[in-house]
Design a protein. Structure first.
Length: 223
């Protein structure tokens, strides 16, 4: 018996049940299939253009910075401008995301692009968010080769591209998107919800950015 099986067996014994209980299994299956929604805050329930504005306000309140561009072709220029304004090297690391890899990063000003997970030696990473949540200014990123999770945490500066059309009002709608995109049985191993740059006030209640991850989070919103 594996350690996992031993732990689950002890839990079942303490509950007085066994894994063959058809009624309990049906309840679990129904719960997973129905994905019931929690209480939805009103602040994110607005027309799409207002929802984008709410998202930007919430994101900036938690120390994220924002660039707005009209089209995908403007993304490299927005990233280059951010790197220049913050005296950062014109070099970024990203995964195999189709949107990001189809952009003209070698245009003027040219940005050097490396691909794959970060080993902690990259100053800047670029990711493509699956969704944004207006109620809190949060972005949702799914793990995988397209957007490796290490890019979310190891570089000091994290630049995230987010389509305005992918900004939803609440977390429940964001999880609806991920279920729709991936489907049952093929969900990503990890979903990261990121609200602003890394921070901590554990020591003397003094806010410190970059405590457990990037000290800068910059969002490029397209559309």
């Amino acid at each position: 018996m594996s350690a996992r099986d031993a732990i689950l067996s002890r839990i079942r014994r303490s509950l007085g049940v066994n894994g063959a209980d058809i009624g309990r299994r049906a309840i679990v299956i129904s719960r997973l299939d129905s994905a019931p929604r929690g209480i939805i805050p009103e602040r994110g329930q607005s027309p799409q253009h207002v929802r984008v504005d709410i998202f930007c306000i919430k994101a900036e309140k938690v120390s994220a910075s924002i660039s707005r561009v009209a089209s995908e072709t403007e993304i490299p220029g927005a990233v280059a401008g951010y790197l220049r304004d913050h005296n950062l090297p014109a070099a970024v690391r990203m995964g195999s995301d189709p949107l990001l890899n189809g952009l003209p990063w070698n245009s003027t000003p040219q940005i050097e692009v490396a691909h794959g997970p970060s080993d902690g030696n990259d100053a800047v990473s670029v990711s493509h968010a699956l969704a944004g949540v207006a109620e809190s200014g949060t972005i949702m990123l799914a793990s995988g080769s397209e957007n490796p999770t290490t890019l979310n945490f190891l570089p000091e500066t994290h630049v995230v591209v987010l389509m305005a059309a992918d900004i939803v009002g609440d977390y429940e709608s964001a999880f609806d998107m991920i279920r729709s995109r991936y489907g049952k049985g093929t969900m990503p191993r990890t979903v990261n919800l990121i609200t602003g740059p890394s921070r901590s006030a554990d020591i003397e209640q003094t806010l410190l950015l970059g405590a457990h991850g990037p000290r800068r989070l910059h969002l490029v919103i397209v559309g």
